[in-house]
Design a protein around this ligand. Structure first.
Ligand SMILES: Nc1ncnc2c1ncn2[C@@H]1O[C@H](COP(=O)(O)OP(=O)(O)O)[C@@H](O)[C@H]1O
Ligand SMILES: [Mg+2]
Length: 360
């Protein structure tokens, strides 16, 4: 996809901004607190229904304003002109897609494929498993039509089972929910396992570019129960007594995780902070590349403050490989990085200052 226009109102310090990105590399410079990350958050919001810094109600709306709004125009993979708008009060939202009301935020997010790498992205490697499940499910959401209905079935069954567990159910009351949870959960896990298996060689490539010294990168899927030993139905039954005591479901795909292992490195703990960041970046770019292979077009790539995260050599490598693919990139920096010459020359430069954006 190719973003051509982004209008933002009342998102953090951005009171009223019109952004007109071009194909290729778009560089946005500005001092600390100028509004660079806020601009990235606006794009991320349309692609995910939330910011990478949290939910809308957690400070995304400009102080003193009732709502934020973001409007975007872009060209999809078939070259069609598309548009979407979102107004969000933190509680309620209103979204439009190509001139008609969008029935849910999910419909909107399905149309805008965005991947982001920002200073908090090392959480993908170092943080809790919810980051990694979100990463996994983003890809499936975009490339696997079966995913969303199965995910919804699973989420509903889990909610019902947990509600029952808290109530102390009569014997047998859990059975139908266990059955539904097991059936949806097995499908969900197969989709996740298949995706990670497809992603693994792509990741081995991107990680090999950034961290060749660590040896080949592999992906290990942790499905949320001992999937190799028994089906989910059995795991749920085995966990039932414990679940009744604890009041929630302790096994299943809602506990799933994955991790990157390097052949040349025995334990994940041994990664330095810098290596964690590079591994996270390798995962994000592998995901974008794998998306492109499945869908025939690159997602929009947002790289917030990348120069403060990477040394010059890795920065050149990362930008070089993304731009060579023809992807559209939004890159922010406090100052234009010195390496942005030749093939890495920005196609357009913008400057943001106290929430105002100007071109050039
Ligand atoms: N809800 C809000 N309302 C108004 N201003 C905000 C809000 N949240 C954050 N800000 C301000 O927005 C500015 C933009 O920050 P940010 O986009 O992170 O800047 P940069 O990435 O350029 O350093 C900061 O000065 C911050 O204080
Ligand atoms: Mg920032």
């Amino acid at each position: 996809m190719r973003l051509t226009r982004l209008d933002i109102q009342n998102l953090r310090c951005l009171a009223d901004v019109e952004f007109r990105p071009v194909p290729g590399l778009n560089l946005v410079t500005g001092g600390n607190g100028a509004g660079k990350t806020s601009l990235m958050e606006a794009v991320h919001l349309l692609g995910y229904g939330r910011s990478f810094r949290g939910r809308v109600r957690d400070g995304l709306i400009r102080s003193g304003q009732p709502a934020l709004s973001v409007y975007a125009e872009w060209q999809d993979g078939q070259g069609r002109a598309r548009r979407a708008g979102l107004r969000h009060t933190g509680g309620d939202w209103e979204a439009r897609l190509d001139g008609a009301p969008a029935p849910s935020l999910t419909e909107l997010c399905a149309e805008l494929a965005v991947v982001s790498f920002e200073p908090g992205s090392h959480e993908l490697i170092a943080g809790g498993s919810e980051h990694r499940r979100r990463f996994l499910d983003w890809a499936l959401f975009h490339v696997e039509p079966e995913f969303l209905p199965v995910w919804r079935r699973y989420a509903r069954a889990l909610k019902q089972r947990n509600a029952l567990l808290k109530r102390g159910p009569s014997p047998g009351a859990l059975d139908p929910w266990d059955q539904e949870l097991a059936s949806a959960g097995e499908q969900l896990s197969s989709l996740r396992a298949d995706y990670l298996a497809r992603l693994e060689p792509v990741l081995a490539g991107t990680a090999g570019e950034f961290l060749p010294e660590l040896g080949r990168a592999g992906l290990q899927f942790l499905p949320g129960w001992r999937r190799a030993e028994h089906p989910l139905a059995d795991a749920l039954l085995l966990a039932r007594e414990r679940d009744l005591v604890q009041g929630y479901t302790s096994v299943g795909p809602h506990r799933a995780d994955w991790r990157v292992d390097y052949l040349g490195l025995p334990g994940r703990e041994a990664l330095s902070r810098g290596q964690e960041k590079l591994t996270a970046l390798a995962c994000v770019l592998a995901q974008a590349r794998s998306f492109a292979a499945d869908r025939g077009e690159w997602p929009l790539v947002c790289l917030d403050d990348l120069a403060s995260e990477l040394d010059q050599a890795h920065l050149r490598q990362a930008l070089g490989s993304v731009l060579a693919s023809g992807a559209q990139v939004l890159l922010t920096a406090t100052e234009a990085p010195a390496i942005l010459t030749g093939e890495l020359l920005p196609a357009a430069t913008f400057h943001v200052e106290r929430g105002q954006l100007r071109t050039g």
